[in-house]
Design a protein. Structure first.
Length: 312
């Protein structure tokens, strides 16, 4: 049986990945300090013999007994609200945490997969964004703590690959949504859906002209699984190229919920990227991957989840 360590495994994406790796026959060790994650996300896995949970801050060194075949490093605050509140923890988990996770992979001769982000492209001057684009990031702006931590993490992963021959995979994840996002974690989906469900004003930042491209979590997990098993050493974008403005997105959610919420406009956060759309040619070519879940289907499932979560 193969064994994977998933840092950040009690978070939104990490918990879905734990499930997928278990379903693929892996034994899974989830390492998470519950900074932005929750045991609720992995509650249904906790009794299983092939699943272990270690509550630990991966920015501090840690050791794992026994063999490990894959280290998937997903620990990091991911919502702008979270990383603006936790700037130093975000920088530490992207740097020290990545170093520790790489050290574990090297010691165990395991494959290392890094959860990177479309934020490495910053406020992009190239559209759509290809993996070859170096990005336009403000290193000292408030979002820089996240963007630069991830850019450092990519550099560190590539250095381990070049210096130690470590098997490295880097996924640049574009805005992904779905069940298990924390209600009102600050990201747009957990903001808009609960607002629409409660009949509260939907808070669009700026004029809502900025664009994003939203990928449903099951599509992302499939892409990550394929990447892990591929020979792609350089970063690969995984995201849904279906781009829309945030105002259109607010209207789409309002209609999908059947809500009468008004749309209100709030100030645009500093350095909020104006556009974002993945070029997924590489994922199509190398992994035979493309997203399958339409926005309509993905939103239906996510709205159902938030309806139940809010009722609890
Ligand atoms: P999340 O906040 O739900 O999950 C992050 C998890 O990491 C949480 O469980 C948190 O407790 C844990 N964590 C944070 N710091 C830690 C530390 N020092 N030690 C141990 N655990 C720690 O967010 P998510 O959306 O699931 O994001 C997961 C990963 O994917 C992050 O690395 C994020 O940067 C990346 N990502 C996500 C998206 C997205 O759209 N969801 C986009 C790009 C990149
Ligand atoms: N946004 C918004 N209202 C909200 C939360 C977010 O208009 O209540 C906007 C935000 O300014 C950004 C987009 O939605 O332009 C996506 O924000 P999110 O925090 O989900 O992710 P980002 O892509 O900025 O990392």
């Amino acid at each position: 049986m193969k064994r994977a360590v998933i840092t950040g495994g009690a978070g939104f994406l990490g918990s879905h990945l734990c499930e997928r790796l278990l379903a693929e026959g892996y034994e899974v060790l989830c390492v998470d300090n519950l900074l932005t994650g929750r045991t609720e996300n992995i509650q249904h896995l906790l009794g299983r013999a092939d699943f272990q949970f270690l509550q630990h801050d991966v920015s501090r060194p840690f050791e794992v007994d026994g063999p490990v075949d894959a280290v998937l490093h997903f620990a990091s605050p991911a919502s702008p609200i979270d990383y603006l509140e936790l700037p130093i923890q975000t920088l530490k988990v992207g740097s020290l945490g990545t170093h520790n996770a790489l050290g574990l992979a090297k010691a165990k001769r395991a494959r290392f997969l890094l959860a990177s982000t479309s934020e490495v492209y910053g406020d992009p001057k190239e559209h759509p964004q290809k993996e070859t684009y170096w990005g336009n990031v403000n290193p000292i702006g408030p979002r820089g703590v996240y963007d630069e931590a991830k850019r450092f993490a990519e550099a560190m992963a590539m250095a381990y690959h070049r210096t130690h021959g470590l098997e490295v995979r880097i996924v640049r994840i574009f805005n992904t949504y779905g069940p298990r996002m924390r209600v009102r974690d600050g990201r747009v989906v957990p903001a808009f859906i609960p607002q629409a469900l409660a009949g509260e004003p939907i808070t669009v930042f700026g004029e809502g002209k900025q664009t994003r491209s939203f990928c449903f979590v099951s599509d992302l997990v499939e892409g990550i699984w394929r990447l892990l098993n591929s020979e792609a050493t350089t970063p690969v974008n995984i995201g849904n190229p279906h781009e829309m403005t945030i105002l259109e997105f607010a209207e789409t959610i309002r209609a999908a919920v059947g809500s009468a919420s008004p749309i209100v406009f709030k100030p645009l956060p500093v350095d909020d990227p104006q556009t974002r759309q993945p070029d997924i040619t590489l994922a199509r070519t190398l992994l035979g991957w493309e997203p399958k879940v339409s926005l309509k289907e993905g939103l239906e499932s996510t709205i159902r989840y938030f309806r139940e979560a809010l009722a609890r």
